[in-house]
Design a protein around this ligand. Sequence first.
Ligand code: AHG
Ligand code: MN
Ligand code: MN
Length: 346
Amino acid sequence: MKLCPGNGKTLPADGSGVFSGKILAGRGNEKGASMGEGINDYTKNIVDLRRHMWMAGVEVELRRLIWQIAVVGKYISAKIHESNRKLAGFKNIYGEEQLALDRVTDDILKNKLHHSGFVSHYASEELEDIVAIGNGQEKYIVTADPLDGSSLVDTNLAIGTIIGIHQKSIFDCGRNSMVAALYITYGPLITMIYSAGKGAHEFVLDREGEYVLSEEKIQLKEKGSIFSPGGLRKDWTDEHLKFIEKLEQDGYKLRYSGGFVPDINQVLIKRGGLFTYPALKKSPQGKLRLLFELQPMAFIMEQAGGKATDGKQDILSVKVTSVNQRSPIYIGSATEVTMAEQFLSN
Ligand code: AHG
Ligand code: MN
Ligand code: MN
């Protein structure tokens, strides 16, 4: 496994958030004058996505790109609700059946980014290779798992979209190339977690179609109480099996939906725990895709004070050599990820 030169720097989970973690209560303006008796500017209490990124000092083209991708989340949600849950009759590069929904969400995303003016190249789980979608001068490269957990769509379980935003080249380690990451969870609510290197923040899509800040500067505890063990027990390596048995003996609760996005989101919102899809006896690289699934989630989890490893090195230190590269993953709060590394080094 190629490693990037040890630049060692981890992206600062910049504590200089925008708000002290609470939504600005309805206060009068600086001079103490209120908005007039009983008249309250509802929007004054609302921190929407664009305002949050602007106040956080996210670079203008990056915040416009993140906003455009967030808007695509509404179109994708609309497509899911059209409930065309049939197979498309195609397979992706991994030989997995593609749903019509996999392909149409990929098209929606690619077309929106093509017209954004900020994206030179686009790579997704549904395409054979990275594609040029700009004139080559644009600042960013976007990677996507347009619809994660698509096999669950007919069961009405939560599914998601995972996005990585890179500069220069994706054929590097995430720590060098990534500038932002986000994921959208299509569940009872539509929520979005984003990080542009200044902490990880959650937004909820409200009735007016606005992404409203719900949790700012999410920080994991040292230790959690849930775990998501991917893959089949009979296919696990001995070291991995011993690690999972330790979590079970320590009373960790099993939480596994089969959707990477909702399963990871549960670890983040519950402020701790561990998701793993390990190396398996027959597939030492595991199942999940380094570029489209693991790098964005590792970026976000590190911003929330967590860790992400392939069992030996940080996910963000692993060099991407091909778009369809897979990797084992252990991601979540520091205690459990460190424990996993100890068991795997035995
Ligand atoms: P995708 O739908 O994008 O192909 O992703 C499915 C992945 C991931 O969401 C999940 O964690 C994993 O597949 C579940 O795999 P198993 O069905 O083997 O548990
Ligand atoms: Mn996926
Ligand atoms: Mn997918």
